[in-house]
Ligand binder design. Structure first.
Ligand SMILES: Nc1ncnc2c1ncn2[C@@H]1O[C@H](COP(=O)(O)OP(=O)(O)OP(=O)(O)O)[C@@H](O)[C@H]1O
Ligand SMILES: [Mg+2]
Length: 262
């Protein structure tokens, strides 16, 4: 057995680092003739932070969506916590509760308050009482620094605040894993850091995260591993230092030279 690591006092995440949480084996997916995921193999261990990077159209979002079963795959297997991804029904609902997802465009419910956005799934899916769900939600909103916005509607918040609410919403389900697909790409520059700080905090608390991002500062600070994708394949898999300082493939060198120009 792996040793059990106590969660930090500030966190409700209990972590047993080291064992595989997400196992992706020989995964293929096509959209028509386009081979969007080409023999993808990777393992994400509990407590690990994996950054996925690569050119537009390389399959990063499709991989995230496949892990949450928002997309089906043609062949191969994806296991989460020892279980194959369910196809439908109650098991799929449970998977969605265990795997949080944060999108570029926040996707908050526009007609619900910040607090209601965070409590909706715990009340509906986990059958929490409103009182219990409210208390937990306020704790989490406080952790991401927006507790004072709880009664507002999403449109009354800045982009950075909305994205922190979206992160709070996934944390409220106590997920085993959080997938983030370019969580800071839609934000004005001055709001990027407040979201990255929350993400770095989660990483430090031991949350398992798969994050599609071109934020190299985040990758260097928080990632255990970088996956570089191109044309539906994982072309390189390395530590951030190895990858950013000594990329091996021409594809990665070319990609990094382009994003470093900015
Ligand atoms: N629903 C769909 N139907 C058809 N083609 C799709 C669909 N979704 C994605 N694709 C195509 O699959 C390829 C991979 O898309 P994906 O969104 O995974 O790339 P990405 O690496 O996330 O790109 P970006 O950096 O632009 O977000 C792209 O060529 C895209 O046009
Ligand atoms: Mg994408």
């Amino acid at each position: 057995m792996e040793p059990t690591q106590p969660a930090p006092a500030t966190s409700n995440i209990s972590v047993r680092r080291g064992e595989p949480l997400v196992v992706v084996e020989h995964v293929d997916k096509h959209f028509g003739d386009l081979h969007v995921l080409n023999d993808i193999d990777t393992v994400v261990n509990r407590g690990e932070v994996v950054v996925v990077i690569g050119p537009s159209g390389s399959g990063k979002s499709t991989l995230c969506r496949a892990i949450n079963r928002l997309e089906t795959i043609d062949s191969g297997t994806i296991m989460i916590d020892g279980e194959k991804l369910p196809e439908e029904g109650a098991a799929l609902a449970k998977l969605r509760a265990d795997v949080g997802m944060v999108f570029q465009s926040f996707n908050l419910f526009a007609h619900k308050t910040v607090l209601e956005n965070v409590t909706l799934a715990p009340i509906r899916v986990k059958r929490r009482s409103r009182k219990e769900a409210d208390a937990k939600a306020m704790e989490i909103l406080d952790r991401v620094g927006v507790a004072n916005q709880a009664k507002k509607m999403p449109a009354q918040l800045s982009g950075g605040q909305q994205q922190r609410v979206a992160i709070a919403r996934s944390l409220a389900m106590n997920p085993k894993l959080i997938l983030m697909d370019e969580p800071t790409s839609a934000l004005d520059p001055e709001m990027i850091n407040e979201v990255l700080d929350v993400m770095i905090g989660l990483a430090k608390d031991g949350m398992t995260m798969i994050v599609v991002t071109h934020e190299m500062g985040f990758a260097r600070k928080a990632a255990d591993r970088v996956l570089f994708m191109a044309d539906g394949r994982i072309v390189e898999e390395a530590t951030p230092a190895q990858f950013f300082d000594h990329p091996e493939s021409d594809r990665a060198k070319d990609f990094l030279s382009k994003i470093l120009e900015h």
